[in-house]
Design a protein around this ligand. Structure first.
Ligand code: NFS
Ligand code: SF4
Length: 641
């Protein structure tokens, strides 16, 4: 049970000691208990797609080289990874669908608890769909946009319009490759069909559908989710906030939201400051109500309301061990059923809210958008009622948190760089062209007990900063960077090379830009598109000196994200390999040959410094191809080539 996490933040370390003292098992213990994990699964060599199986391929010895139906290792692994894409894309896109429904509800119900907080954004989305905006009432426009967005999920003809916002050269390439997504749901369904026993057995053809499904997410479902969330819940703007377990308050009712969809968390954020509820909290002896978040829903409300982050994916059960969480309210994705066992040791109430995600040992208060405020109030009231049940002897709240600046968007980066009056990426492009900024990196994604916690995220980010790479961050990487002080303007002085430092100082931004939840990786696609559009750095995303990494990935959503970045022309490095290593032709295809087709490719690298160096080498290759000037200031990392 004793476990030393060298790179983890201090609050996590403190809570792990408590877990050990109190003998409360954690995710790391459950991970250890699972060892050794199945080698066939790790290599991608098992198949359960029909009941002639399960089948597994022997990678080394004289055992079977195909499944009972004759499927090879490459077929089996390709089918499996493509189903992962479908599951990840389905999760993100279903979230996008829910946001679209909320917009439709705003249009149809004048008494809705939601409204369009950013009409400019709604208009911008309307333009993508070719909807005229002039002279239209907001609700009328909301209805038209919502219907157009919902149409992208189930249309039987045409293609996903949102994808046309990609650079023209990229869109043309997708047309040539035959991977323009047709409809979001359709691509997921087709993955399921093709990977059924006895359908598609050509690994490249299977992956082709995987790429199309991933694009249906990145440039479809996710992008719709992000864009319409901005329209409904407002466009985030950089703001100051704090991160880590210490943001909870001992003398307040602590409500922690965990999951992903702002339809729930945003309304809770607003309602938590309701005077009636605050009075009720006081009546039970609390000084107020402290809301905080875990995982991506935390990112959503942090960037729009400044609500602090309690922690990342790996801290969800540690939050409960502080003994001050009166309620953890969850919706969908990245929520451990194992929280039940942790909560049992404390007074914490766990509440599920989505009919899609119920969990044993959790109470269920079903959330309905048409009664949002009423239900949010009920949830908070139950948290208040639970406050007196705390056991003061069990309270161990580390007083540790860190300030951060969060809430950058494609648009606000623009505004920052261009000054007050003109939105432009020109200064960013110029800084890259002049050799002040070496390139751009997206560092994103989860943490995973199979890696040293936070080592990958922190090491890669610092190594890139040192070499003048500006970083866009989302998901749990954002939470890690925020907790470790990398999202402050001062971080530039501490960690960035001189060129990047100058840029950050001139415009007053941190060197790691918090761009939101995982869903908001679509913002990174948009930033790259804007950089291409601004000119001087090639015609396509694949021409840019840019790279991506998800060093501690774990979810199927992360697989889907990686694939849509590769399909968009981005070199994408992850830590633990995808489960394709036992399939030699597929492995080679994804990590080498695919670059000839999409301009992007995968790389698997466990060592974080080497990961950063792989990214820098790629960035330098692109700089060279663009014939950019050498870097102004000396760079610590010089590739040998
Ligand atoms: Ni992304 Fe967000 Fe975190 Fe990973 Fe989970 S919270 S959607 S999947 S673990 S970054
Ligand atoms: Fe085995 Fe083929 Fe069935 Fe998979 S689909 S379980 S490889 S027989």
């Amino acid at each position: 049970m004793a476990r030393e996490l060298k790179y983890a933040d201090k609050a996590t370390q403190a809570m792990l000691k408590i877990a050990e003292q109190e003998q409360i098992p954690t995710i790391w213990d459950r991970y250890d208990a699972m060892q050794p994990q199945c080698g066939f699964g790790t290599l991608g060599l098992c198949c359960r797609h029909c009941s002639m199986g399960p089948c597994r391929i022997d990678p080394f010895g004289n055992g079977p080289k195909t499944g009972i139906c004759g499927a090879t290792a490459d077929t089996i692994a390709a089918r499996h990874i493509t189903r992962m894409i479908a599951a990840g894309g389905a999760a993100h896109s279903d979230h996008g669908r829910d946001v679209s429904h909320t917009l439709l509800m705003i249009a149809e119900n004048p008494n809705s608890d939601y409204s369009v907080k950013s009409p400019e954004k709604l208009k911008a989305v309307a333009e993508v769909y070719g909807i005229k905006t002039e002279g239209k009432e907001m609700r009328e426009l909301a209805g038209e946009v919502a219907r157009a967005a919902l149409n992208e999920f189930g249309q039987q003809t045409g293609t996903v319009k949102m994808a046309q916002t990609a650079p023209p050269a990229r869109y043309k390439l997708w047309q040539q490759l035959g991977i323009v997504p047709r409809a979001i749901d359709r691509e997921v369904v087709e993955v399921m069909h093709r990977t059924h026993i006895g359908v598609d057995a050509d690994y490249k053809n299977i992956i082709k559908q995987g790429l199309r499904a991933s694009l249906a997410d990145g440039w479809g479902g996710s992008m719709i989710g992000t864009e319409l969330s901005d329209a409904i819940f407002s466009m985030p703007n950089p703001l100051k906030t704090r991160a880590n377990l210490g943001v909870m308050k001992k003398d307040h009712v602590n409500v922690v939201v965990h999951g992903h969809e702002p339809t729930l968390s945003d309304i809770i954020a607003i309602v938590s400051q309701d005077q009636g509820l605050l009075d009720k909290a006081k009546a039970v002896g609390a000084k107020g109500i402290q809301l905080s978040g875990i995982c991506c829903t935390a990112n959503e409300i942090m960037m729009r309301h400044g609500i602090p982050l309690a922690g990342s994916y790996m801290q969800q059960e540690l939050a409960l061990m502080t003994g001050v969480v009166d309620m953890m309210v969850v919706d969908v994705q990245c929520i451990w059923p194992g929280l039940e066992n942790t909560a049992k040791c404390f007074h914490t109430k766990l509440v599920t809210t989505s009919p899609k995600a119920k969990m044993p040992g959790f109470d269920h208060i079903e959330f309905h958008e048409d009664r949002a405020v009423e239900i949010a109030k009920q949830i908070i009231e139950e948290a208040i009622n639970n406050y007196p049940n705390r056991n003061s002897e069990q309270i161990n709240l580390p007083n540790i948190s860190q300030g951060a600046v969060a809430g950058f968007t494609t648009e606000s980066v623009f505004r920052f760089l261009g000054g007050k009056y003109r939105s432009t990426y020109r200064p960013l492009n110029d800084a890259i062209i002049a050799g002040r900024i070496r390139g751009l990196a997206g560092v994103v994604g989860c943490s995973n007990p199979n890696m040293e916690y936070e080592e990958g995220h922190l090491t890669i980010v610092k190594e890139l900063l040192k070499n003048d790479v500006l970083i866009a961050s989302t998901g749990c990487n954002s939470i890690t960077c925020a907790k470790h002080g990398l999202m402050t303007p001062e971080a530039a002085f501490k960690h960035a090379g001189k060129g990047l430092q100058e840029v950050c100082q001139a415009v007053g931004i941190p060197p790691v830009l918090h761009m939101g939840a995982c869903l908001d990786n679509s913002r990174i696609l948009r930033v790259l598109t804007e950089v291409v559009k601004e000119g001087g750095l090639g015609e396509d995303i694949s021409d840019l000196p840019a790279a991506g990494a998800a060093p501690e990935w774990m979810s199927e959503k992360a697989v889907c994200i990686g694939f849509y970045f590769v399909a968009s022309g981005v070199y994408t490095v992850i830590g633990r390999p995808l489960p394709v290593v036992g399939a030699p032709a597929l492995h080679k295809y994804l990590t080498e040959e695919i670059e000839q087709e999409t301009g992007g490719r995968w790389a698997f690298e466990m060592d974080p410094v080497e990961t950063a160096h792989l990214m820098l080498r790629h960035i330098d290759r692109k700089r060279k191809a663009l014939k950019l000037k050498p870097m102004i200031y000396p760079q610590p990392f010089k590739p040998e080539e």
